[in-house]
Design a protein around this ligand. Structure first.
Ligand SMILES: C[S@@+](CC[C@H](N)C(=O)[O-])C[C@H]1O[C@@H](n2cnc3c(N)ncnc32)[C@H](O)[C@@H]1O
Length: 193
């Protein structure tokens, strides 16, 4: 795609997929790999291993370049499905994936998963849904009995409002807050009501 077409799709049509592809292509999300992002991934890895030991089936919505799956490591999942709207990110995730992983390109506001999961994870992504509560509830239908959602939201001026907007749909199982040199991030484990 030439630069003018890309500009038009991102800035005029405001097509989400093109905007995210552009940003990944330019390396604007490379910071997610840095040490000051590690704490939130580590909390999720801990929750996955504690809550669903063995070989759980895990889905990550808005998986980016597959950093969570790489940090979780193959011995801690039986199946890992990653979904992201950005083809560029998904291609990078696929390049480092093992045979238990499937990476898909799609929009969380419409995507229908294949099968059911022990855990469905939204790590720094629920902000980008048009209807956060509806999206979480829709994905909850793809949880196995006893399945859980794990959601992280970085602290910012609208984060309390966002947590409030989803809290009625779920019981809180546990939460942990990580503070790094860069961010404060809240991670909640949620059981659909
Ligand atoms: C801040 S990044 C977080 C990536 C990854 N979860 C992490 O923690 O490193 C947000 C991700 O959400 C993806 N995203 C944004 N809108 C989306 C949508 N509607 N459906 C699926 N993925 C989306 C972006 O492409 C991006 O990879």
């Amino acid at each position: 795609m030439n630069a003018l077409t890309s500009f038009f799709k991102r800035k005029v049509l405001r097509i989400n997929r093109d905007r995210w592809n552009y940003q990944y292509d330019k390396g604007l999300w490379d910071g997610l790999k840095a040490i000051d992002e590690l704490a939130r991934f580590s909390v999720i890895v801990g929750y996955v291993k504690y809550l669903k030991p063995g070989q759980p089936e895990v889905m990550e919505v808005g998986c980016g370049e597959g950093l969570l799956q790489q940090r979780l490591q193959a011995q801690n999942y039986g199946r890992f499905v990653g979904l992201d709207i950005a083809d560029v990110a998904v291609e990078n995730a696929r390049a480092q994936a093992d045979e238990k992983c499937t990476y898909r390109v799609g929009d969380m506001d419409t995507y229908e998963p294949d099968g059911t999961f022990d855990l469905i994870i939204f790590n720094e992504v629920i902000y980008y849904s048009k209807h956060p509560l509806k999206t979480l509830q829709r994905f909850s239908q793809y949880l196995k009995p006893g399945g859980l959602l794990i959601v992280t939201i970085n602290n910012h001026k609208r984060s309390d409002k966002l947590w409030n907007s989803i809290k009625d749909g779920f019981a809180l199982v546990d939460e942990a807050t990580t503070v790094t040199a860069k961010t404060t991030c809240v991670c909640k484990v949620l059981l659909p009501k």
